[in-house]
Write a protein that binds this ligand. Structure first.
Ligand code: IVH
Length: 685
């Protein structure tokens, strides 16, 4: 233990030694606390050690080091996050909900491995947090980033470095000691108690509460100011690795332990090796029983094949591995009373009934609103104002009413009917044949407009920083914005007429509006809010046809040639572009300087070698068909099912079918699988 006495010996060398000692002492306590969950000293004593180290490092800046525990300080705010490319894609997990599906999973695993023996599985709690990857090189934390779309996430290194549970430098112990490169994957989360105290603080400051610990953790990581992240008591548990020089580790269980040896927390305490299905089911039930007593929220268990070699052999589908599944817990339920039913108006004018309830705690989260979907749902469940109801919450989804306790119902209650008038603008609300929702008929209803603008400026769309919900409401109420294009015709002066808008924030907002003009084409298309055109469809359309003008010129039949675009989507796109006011709005957006570029963020920033070329596959090829399609799409190509004049290439495998004849007839170029691979270059790996 370090004493003040030897810290007073005044030679730099001695200080260096002391600093090293202090650092290793602090790291030891971090390890005891975060990894072993067995602290040896009080928070106070820990803080004293920490402050002493800071003092010494300030006195002798030459001994500062990037892996010193003091380097967790927040420092400067970041302008914008950079991108982080995952060398090996970060996959998601397939969800299962009952034991039947677990049996199917186990059967599939055994079939693929060609074994009839019991499979050793590791069961881990499924933490409800945010997935990140940490890259350590020669024991030093270099980069930390979010999962993003699995291939590219956001580089949030300065924020990650403030999280005490994440070591800046690795210990050199266990089978992975002295490893050169290791990419650690895991979950950043917040304990229930950290979440509660954060929300209490926010309440005192008049800030809106976070809905659940997951949102709070996500919001804390995606902060541009690392000082804010530093204050949010975030935790981390590793659950896997990306690239790694595997050393002596051959199972998932060994991996979790080896990560602990390096000083990286993993939830070994609740992970269990289960031999075969039955043991797995028993541990699943145990976790379900203890979940509410755990200090953090979990929403299920993750069941993983223990042998890493078998994991490799089983491989992955496009989005999730074949060697693991998430077995979700049944949703959590609670009883409460509906105070009244309110009706909201969405972007498409749909009136959505929402139950406003007496607040109730559901699995650790306070709930006071639940969606009632539409009139048919209300009728089916016979939900009325004043009813006592059972509500449930499953993970991230909006809470909903499961059933009404009709036996407790007041004798004077009456069935609820969604009004025939828009609660916002008073126009008529009608329900068209074949539709579930009643809709406000007024296309310039302020409620609809507000939702349209909120969608337009949201993060996944044009990403206009600073144009939040409250501001949108003011802008619409004051008549400054009548459609999304108006955003680009505002200036600092017009913004200054708003409540609580200072010159600086007005200038910042105008700047971020200007910045959004160069959003990518797929985001631009998505931002228009065309019914049924989500992010994926928007990307597909842009990859297939390039720019807005070409998409606008397509017929429903032409749109449907793209796999993944069905008749409803195609019709919705055509309808949108046949509406003169939409065309007028797009023209005004373009005249204001909105000039979206081709998206580049979906294949490692490389170009699109197959840009807009249409491919058809025929015969059997060595790649799985889905895999081949995925590669083509990632490289910017389009895969169609049948050969037409527009087809650019037919990729011919062995035993080609009639598609090859058709290609010859139409003069479409036929290529081999290896020619196809040459065209996509590195993207085929
Ligand atoms: S394994 C390819 N283990 O759940 C394997 N994931 O729904 C993927 N998660 O993105 C990860 N706890 O962020 C794994 N013990 C655990 C987990 C876990 C939570 C998250 C993870 C993943 C998501 C998939």
């Amino acid at each position: 233990m370090l004493t003040e006495k030897n810290s007073q010996i005044n030679s730099p060398d001695n200080f260096k030694e002391e600093i090293d000692l202090l650092r290793s002492e602090i790291r030891h306590h971090d390890y005891m606390y975060y990894v072993l969950d067995a602290p040896e000293i009080s928070d106070r004593e820990y803080d004293d050690l920490f402050r002493k180290l800071e003092r010494f490092e300030n006195q002798y800046p030459e001994f500062r080091s990037p892996d010193s525990p003091t380097q967790r300080i927040g420092g400067e705010a970041i302008e914008k996050f950079g991108q982080m490319t995952h060398a090996i894609p970060m996959l998601s997990l397939a969800n299962i909900f009952d034991s039947g599906e677990l049996i199917d999973f186990d059967t599939r695993v055994r079939k693929l491995l060609g074994t009839s023996t019991l499979i050793p599985y590791v069961l881990e709690p499924k933490l409800d947090g945010i997935a990140i990857e940490l890259i350590y090189r020669d024991g030093i934390l270099i980069t930390g980033g979010t999962r993003g779309d699995g291939t590219t996430g956001e580089d949030v290194t300065p924020n990650i470095k403030t999280i005490k549970a994440i070591p800046l430098g690795l210990r050199s112990r266990g089978p992975l000691s002295d490893i050169g490169l290791i990419e650690v994957r895991g979950e950043i989360f917040m304990t229930r108690s950290a979440f509660d105290s954060l929300n209490k603080e926010r309440d005192e400051l008049g800030l809106p509460a976070f809905a659940n610990p997951r949102n709070a953790a996500a919001g804390s990581i995606r902060q541009l100011d690392p000082n804010v992240t530093a204050q949010r008591r975030l935790r981390f548990y590793a659950h896997g690795v990306g690239r790694i020089e595997r050393g002596g580790v051959s199972t998932q269980m060994e991996l979790l332990n080896a990560l602990n040896d390096l000083g990286i927390p993993s939830n070994v305490e609740h992970a269990r090796l289960c031999i075969g299905l039955e043991e797995a089911l028993i541990h699943y039930n145990t976790l379900a029983e203890i979940r509410n007593s755990l200090p953090f929220e979990i929403d299920g268990t993750v069941i993983k094949v223990n042998l890493l070699e078998w994991q490799d052999q089983l491989g992955a589908k496009s989005r999730s591995p074949r060697w693991a599944v998430a077995y979700k817990f049944a949703p959590v339920q609670a009883e409460t009373r509906i105070i009244r039913i309110e009706v909201g108006v969405g972007r498409t004018g749909a009136l959505t009934p929402v139950a406003i309830m007496e607040p109730v705690n559901v699995g650790g989260v306070k709930i006071s609103r639940a969606t009632l979907h539409n009139q048919d749902e209300i009728d089916r469940k016979d939900v009325r104002e004043g009813d006592v109801v059972i509500i449930q919450r499953a993970g991230d989804v909006i809470p909903e009413v499961v059933k009404v306790k009709t036996e407790l119902r007041s004798p004077v209650s009456h069935p609820y009917e969604i009004p025939n008038h828009c609660p916002v603008c008073g126009s008529e609300a009608v329900r068209l044949k074949g539709q579930a929702a009643k809709r406000c008929v007024n296309s310039s209803c302020p409620a609809r407009l507000k939702e349209t603008i909120k969608h337009f400026s949201s993060r996944a769309a044009m990403d206009i920083e600073g144009l939040g919900d409250k501001l949108v409401e003011q802008l619409v109420d004051k008549g400054l914005i009548k459609d999304p294009a108006d955003i680009y015709y505002m200036d600092v002066d017009s913004l200054l007429s708003l409540d609580r808008m200072a010159e600086k924030s007005a200038t910042n907002l105008i700047n971020s509006i200007r910045k959004s003009k160069s959003a990518t084409m797929d985001r631009f298309l998505f931002s228009l809010g065309i019914p049924l055109v989500g992010e994926t469809v928007a990307r597909l359309l842009v990859q297939s046809f390039g720019d807005m003008d070409s998409i606008r010129a397509k017929s429903a039949a032409e749109l449907q040639e793209i796999p993944g675009i069905g008749p409803e989507v195609a019709q919705s796109v055509v309808t949108f572009f046949s509406e003169p006011r939409n065309i007028y709005m797009i023209d005004r957006l373009v005249s204001a300087g909105v000039s979206p570029g081709f998206p580049v963020d979906h294949n490692h920033g490389e170009s699109y070698p197959l840009k807009r070329k249409i491919f058809v596959f025929t015969g059997s090829i060595s790649l799985a068909r889905n895999e081949a399609k995925r590669i083509a799409v990632r490289a910017g190509g389009v895969v169609a099912n049948s050969v037409t004049k527009k087809t650019d290439y037919v990729v011919v495998g062995s035993d080609p079918g009639s598609k090859l004849d058709k290609a010859r007839e139409l003069g479409v170029k036929a290529i081999t699988e290896s020619e196809f691979k040459d065209m996509v270059g590195g993207l085929s790996e």
